[in-house]
Design a protein around this ligand. Structure first.
Ligand code: IPM
Ligand code: MN
Length: 355
């Protein structure tokens, strides 16, 4: 009997449902060509459900999500809902509760895509950011005093645990080894100022390094990392960093790889349930117009299949997407692709089938 996987789908808000539809189209084509099946269960989490029922992420749904092999997410964020409510209530809560302690974000410039970096090409821009995904400033530690008065005090603390730091670094070393490209891992931190948090990161980094003799280690402060990402992106193979710095440098990464249209990521629990998403957000102004670029969702689908252990199917999708980018798409920007959202999905699904 053919292999079967159970996957949860959260199309979410704005353009999320449109790009998820194309992502599923392509995943299904790859599954068919590779001889396995995926059973999907859709969840209507997001702004509309919240507005109708007041529910953000019911515990019952969260517990159901624990049962799947993986989760495919579109986008979270609604113009009528105060910023933070859905992001924290759905996206961050899922990351924390399912202990998705890695946020894996490839920064890869595909052939035929324009980068704002002068004189840099696909050979120069091809690295991966391993972002810690459950701690740091995102842990929600802190509080405020005398709120709304002139004496107001606000404290937001960065939580870094030995366990959290070590498992993230270990994943990054293992990932660098498996990737086997530059065999170089760069720790991105701020050891000159954040002398408690990044002392822990740095010590643990060099401790683990002694177990990975085949991997070259390097260190860069986060501000310098931003500079090198623009000036010499070819220096990077894998970058590992904390939650906040990872959030910031991966938006920079998305821009040098051609924009939000191609940027995708995985929220990974290597021992549990992982969640894959395009990182571009819900893009309300493009919603329902069939103009948004579904590539990021399609590539997130490839990451999802890779996580299921279907590496060949994942590669098929990436190759098909690369072909469409090189031959067919006029631009990666919404509204300028030279075809509609659904046509991009149809085309890449066809390339998968023909491959
Ligand atoms: C991301 C997003 C989220 C984050 C927001 C929406 C909470 O920016 O996935 O990078 O900060 O992690
Ligand atoms: Mn972000």
């Amino acid at each position: 009997m053919a292999k079967e996987y159970d996957v949860a789908v959260i199309p979410g808000d704005g353009t999320g449902p449109e790009v998820v539809a194309e992502g599923l189209k392509v995943i299904n084509a790859a599954a068919k060509a590779s001889g396995f099946n995926i059973r999907y269960t859709h969840y209507d989490l997001g702004g509309e459900r919240y507005k109708k029922t007041g529910e953000i992420l019911p515990d019952s749904v969260l517990n159901e999500l624990r049962q799947f092999k993986a989760i495919f997410l579109g986008a979270i964020g609604h113009p009528d809902v105060k910023p933070g409510v859905l992001e924290k209530g759905i996206l961050l809560r899922t990351r924390f509760e399912l202990d998705q302690y890695i946020n894996l974000r490839p920064v890869k410039l595909y052939e035929g895509v324009e980068t704002p970096l002068k004189d840099k090409g696909p050979r120069d821009i091809d690295f991966v950011v391993v972002r810690e995904n459950t701690e740091g400033l995102y842990a929600g530690a802190g509080g405020s005093l005398k709120k709304g008065t002139k004496d107001e005090v606000a404290v937001q603390e960065s939580i870094n645990t030995r366990k959290g730091v070590e498992r993230c670094l270990r994943y990054a070393f293992e990932y660098t080894k498996r990737r086997n490209k530059g065999n170089k891992l760069t720790l991105c931190g701020k050891t000159n100022v954040l002398t408690y948090a990044f002392d822990l990161w740095e010590r643990t980094f060099y401790e683990l390094a002694s177990e990975y003799s085949g991997i070259e280690t390097d260190y860069a402060h986060v501000d310098a990392t931003c500079m090198w990402m623009v000036k010499n992106p070819e220096w990077f193979d894998v970058i590992v960093t904390d939650n906040m710095f990872g959030d910031i440098i991966t938006d920079l990464g998305a821009m040098i790889q051609g924009g939000m249209g191609v940027a995708c990521g995985g929220n990974i629990n290597p021992e549990g349930v992982s969640m894959f998403e395009p990182i571009g957000g819900s893009a309300p102004k493009y919603t329902g117009k069939n103009v948004i670029n579904p590539l990021a969702a399609i590539l997130a689908g490839a990451m999802l299949l890779d996580c299921l252990g279907e590496e060949k199917a994942a590669k098929m999708i990436e190759k098909a997407a690369q072909k469409a980018i090189k031959q067919d798409l006029k631009s990666l920007n919404a509204g300028h692709m030279g075809m509609g959202t659904n046509e991009v999905g149809d085309l890449i699904a066809r390339y998968v089938t023909e491959s």
